[in-house]
Design a protein around this ligand. Sequence first.
Ligand code: SF4
Length: 59
Amino acid sequence: MAKKKVKIDPSACIMCGACVGSYPDDFRFSDAGPAEAVTGEADEDAVSVCPVGAISVEE
Ligand code: SF4
């Protein structure tokens, strides 16, 4: 699966851990708390694991 550039809205992230748990190579928790994309890219299906829509694909 091709990876896409993604961004996370840190103010929307509720730190549920779904993205980190499902895609540990792509996401981690930042020192400040909210999740962040490790490389700035992730499997585009990762967007759908976030219950609050904090992950978006940058076209
Ligand atoms: S799935 Fe969404 S709300 Fe949960 S940790 Fe990841 S970005 Fe935050």
